[in-house]
Design a binder for this molecule. Sequence first.
Ligand SMILES: Nc1nc2c(ncn2[C@@H]2O[C@H](COP(=O)(O)OP(=O)(O)OP(=O)(O)O)[C@@H](O)[C@H]2O)c(=O)[nH]1
Ligand SMILES: [Mg+2]
Length: 442
Amino acid sequence: MNSQRSPPTYPQLLTFALFGKDVEYRAAIGNWILGTNLFNTNPILAVNNSFKIINTPHFFEEDSVHPDQDIIDLMARSYPGPNLFILAVDSENSQEENVVAQISKLQEIFGQQVTEHVFIILPDIESLQSLLHLKQIFNIHLAVANENLASECKTWCFGRHSFLYDYKNYSERVVRRRRTALMKITVNSLSDGPPLPHYERAGLDAMTPSTPQYGLSASAGDTFQNHACNGANEVTDTMINIILLGLTGTGKSASANTILTAGYPKIDPEQLFRSEASSMPITKQCEAKIIQKPFKRQVRLVDTPDFFNEEVKNCQAQVEACKRFCQQGPCVVLLVLQLGRITDSEKEIIQKLENKLGWRIRDSTTVLLTHGEDLKGSLEKYINACGALKNIVAMCNNRYHLFNNSSKDSKQVTELIKKIPNFKKKKKSLMSLVFDALQLED
Ligand SMILES: Nc1nc2c(ncn2[C@@H]2O[C@H](COP(=O)(O)OP(=O)(O)OP(=O)(O)O)[C@@H](O)[C@H]2O)c(=O)[nH]1
Ligand SMILES: [Mg+2]
């Protein structure tokens, strides 16, 4: 990575809406773009490191039972608009009138301008040659299915704005409401919400949590999930991620446990993140748990290893695993530092993490100081007296908080949540979702 270049303000993930009459051909195109076979089960949504693909199973079916609902769901999942509308045209449906009918249907629903974002993928060179003239007529992009589709799509999106829905046929309010409802959809019947859309994630084999997979019961009445990210798990794409970053021994896992126990005080200790005093790294792999309390909705709490510790094997794989969480939904960072132990290696920690993750984390980071019980006097004075810490805190727009992880006081968690940036003012930004999700329970 070029360290001179400022990382993007949010991880880049291209959103594609995938259309096509033939289920198998559509799946093959989805698989080619993702570089996996996730589409074999015809999911509604599939994601990898670079792409989020929204499948539209019934779109061109004359007898679709809920055509409007299908369209609203697509708009909600790709809100405020996808980068590309991919039309997978199989050999049975590649006659000109058939292709034109599909393009016209997209125009009818999403407006004439949609064609600027339509990418038609044809089965062979012959169909490409016979349909090439449509390029001029509709201002669309045509290509033949091939194994380089992913890079072709990326190249085509480069420098282009994504499509924005105009809400002439469907109200933005309805779409947004549906989006919110989809966000509330719970994971694997964790709570009694509506059923889940089928959703799959790709390439998370770097994640091997030390605890068992789904359906964990913390204690009577308390439930949360360990998130084993090794394949086709069902999760919502807009779940908020809280990612704990920092060096070994600073208290990342202990802080994650403080957050967990604030919501689930009777939690079985076996289900906490492993946290121990040690000169060697204890957490060696990213590990995530999905919780609901004390938040209003589900939040994925992601504990990470020290990305700069040579004792952490496959460090880069762990960075990649962490990046996938950053990309999957809105995320906020807790940068964990130990009071009284801000070392030289932590001076540049923000820049170093940004370079590793390729994301300008400082805009979404709150500094979380641990060992709060050791503080003598005011925290502000302490920060002002420590140049390196003052600098880090300033980079994070003066967001900081103090935890005493040896205390069971859940107030420190509710106070922390209040300090997480108020993104609500930035209308329509992804980060507004973060703020909404981090509202405390009534
Ligand atoms: N007294 C006290 N101990 C803490 C606090 N925070 C963390 N610790 C202890 O510090 C030690 C290291 O904490 P961890 O949470 O394992 O640190 P970590 O950042 O996850 O470390 P790695 O997993 O090795 O990267 C553990 O013994 C914790 O109990 C705190 O606020 N007060
Ligand atoms: Mg740890």
